[in-house]
Each structure stands twice: as C-alpha cells, then as structure tokens.
Design a protein around this ligand. Structure first.
Ligand code: ZN
Length: 128
C-alpha cells in the first residue's frame, strides 16, 4: 500500500499518522514500515504539536548550509539531499490488534526537504 502527501514549502513537516494507520489491517499484530520513495524527504516519529512542527521545520532547515555543495552544479538541491540524509527514509512501528502501538505523544511525521511537492510513502505490514 502507498499514499501521497502534498507539502507546502521548501522544508515542511506533515503528520501522516492517520494514513499509516489506515494501511494496517484490522486485528493484525506485527510491525509496519513507512518508507519515503525519495532522496530529499524523510520520515520520523515525534510529537505533532503545531509549534513543535514549526520548530522541527526550522531545525531541519538550519542543519545544513544552503549553498556551496558540488551537487548544486547539477540541480541545485544538495542541501535538501543532505537534510534528508540526516532525517532518514523510513520508520518501523509495532502493530498491536490492528493499531499503531505508539506512545501517547508519538506521531509519524513526513519531513520535506525540497518542496513543495507531492510525496509518495510506501507502507509495508509484516505479521508476527
Ligand atoms: Zn539532486
């Protein structure tokens, strides 16, 4: 299963917990992996409090200098690749009785590093 997410800015953080949850079959136990099929976006688990999402956005934007990279000679987005490298392309979560076994404050967040774009997230469920 896969789903798409639209992002609104060069760097952006979008809560995709509901889309991942919808991919999990009723009553299943095991793990679910959410994987972004991109080299300039990633996924993480953290809190989806709106001000924190802005903080994450600002933090990710500040991780890497915007200019001065060799790949920029090709398509100008080396900074986005390097930010995504630090975010990582996937998360794996436990599944219990068809639900995501997340902590109370945990959400699955897509981190955009080269938007705005439409991103694709693959979701794979493995049963115990
Ligand atoms: Zn590139």
């Amino acid at each position: 299963m896969r789903f798409q997410v639209s992002t609104d800015a060069k760097t952006d953080v979008v809560d995709v917990t509901d889309q991942v949850r919808e991919a999990v079959p009723d009553g299943s136990d095991g793990t679910v992996t959410a994987f972004v099929r991109h080299t300039t976006a990633g996924v993480v688990v953290n809190e989806a409090e709106p001000r924190l999402l802005e903080d994450i956005d600002r933090f990710v934007a500040g991780l890497v200098p915007d200019e001065g990279w060799r790949h920029d000679e090709l398509d100008g987005n080396a900074d986005a690749h390097l930010r995504a490298l630090l975010v990582g392309p996937d998360v794996t979560l436990p599944v219990r009785d068809g639900g995501l076994a997340l902590g109370r404050w945990q959400s699955v967040l897509l981190v955009e590093c080269d938007g705005p774009r439409t991103r694709t997230v693959d979701v794979v469920v493995r049963a115990d």
